[in-house]
Write a protein that binds this ligand. Structure first.
Ligand code: SF4
Ligand SMILES: [Zn+2]
Length: 247
């Protein structure tokens, strides 16, 4: 729950998470052999989208690194892949030079090789931001207003069936709100459409929001949120410094 807030503030956190909290993903690939049915570009796309466990403490963005983007152990990690058919090539076949940076889901299939076919490549993964390519996005974030449901002697039992989230139940022949499910209400309005006499009122509380974050696996949710708040802090400090210098 984000309490005593506004949708604008929740949206700021959402956008920072999706577009700015960085992760590591494969950016460059050198193919040595590819006899598979998929073109190099297709395999490169698939490899780029494989989520890699990310270590934000060790790695810099290439553009901010001492090597000036040439590529070094502080800003890039090399993963190699060597496979021979007949076989299915999985993400687990990517061998990383840094044990902390590896595929989150090792069973992700990349391509099938027939007898005698070979796939051999060297991939370089770097830190990046979701706003430049979604492969660097750490997850998704969304929010909804906290539902407020008021029953004023409602007797229309149809709403128990109509509500897609089973918010209402019959207790001793009386319609009541199931308090355990109240946060499932997605404010669809089906119940108020059915009871137009005002015996049900449903509205969203714009100042108390249910904020959801789902990680793609590169970073734990707590780290995503911590990093997002650091980024917001840094941006505000930069703004404040610039304002002090402005005339
Ligand atoms: S608004 Fe929709 S989900 Fe919420 S209680 Fe009414 S019918 Fe159920
Ligand atoms: Zn570097």
């Amino acid at each position: 729950m984000l309490e005593d807030t506004t949708p604008a503030f929740a949206n700021l956190i959402r956008r920072i998470i999706i577009g700015t909290v960085p992760t590591i993903a494969i950016e460059d690939i050198e193919f040595k052999y590819n006899d598979s049915i998929l073109y190099d570009e297709m395999i490169a796309l698939r490899l780029g989208l494989i989520p890699l466990t990310t270590d934000l403490k060790t790695y810099n963005f290439p553009e901010n690194c001492k090597c000036k983007g040439k590529g070094c152990a502080r800003c890039s990690v090399v993963l190699s892949l060597k496979a021979k058919g007949p076989a299915t090539v999985y993400a687990s076949d990517l061998k990383s030079k840094d044990p902390k940076i590896k595929p989150v889901f090792p069973e992700t299939p990349i391509v099938k090789l027939l007898k005698g076919q070979k796939l051999e490549l060297i991939a370089t993964a770097v830190l990046g931001k979701g706003r430049n390519h979604i492969k660097w996005g750490p997850g998704t974030a969304f929010y909804q207003y906290k539902p407020i449901i008021e029953l004023n002697n409602c007797t229309n039992e149809k709403i128990v069936e109509i509500c897609p989230k089973q918010i209402f139940q019959l207790k001793n022949n009386k319609i009541v709100v199931n308090k355990d499910k109240i946060f499932d209400c997605h404010l669809c309005g089906a119940c108020t459409d059915e009871c137009k006499d005002g015996s049900i009122k449903v509205k969203g509380d714009k100042n108390n929001l249910i904020f959801n974050v789902e990680s793609w696996g590169q970073l734990p949710v707590k780290e995503i949120l911590t990093k997002a708040s650091e980024i917001i802090d840094d941006n505000l400090n930069e703004l404040s410094d610039k304002l002090k210098k402005a005339k």
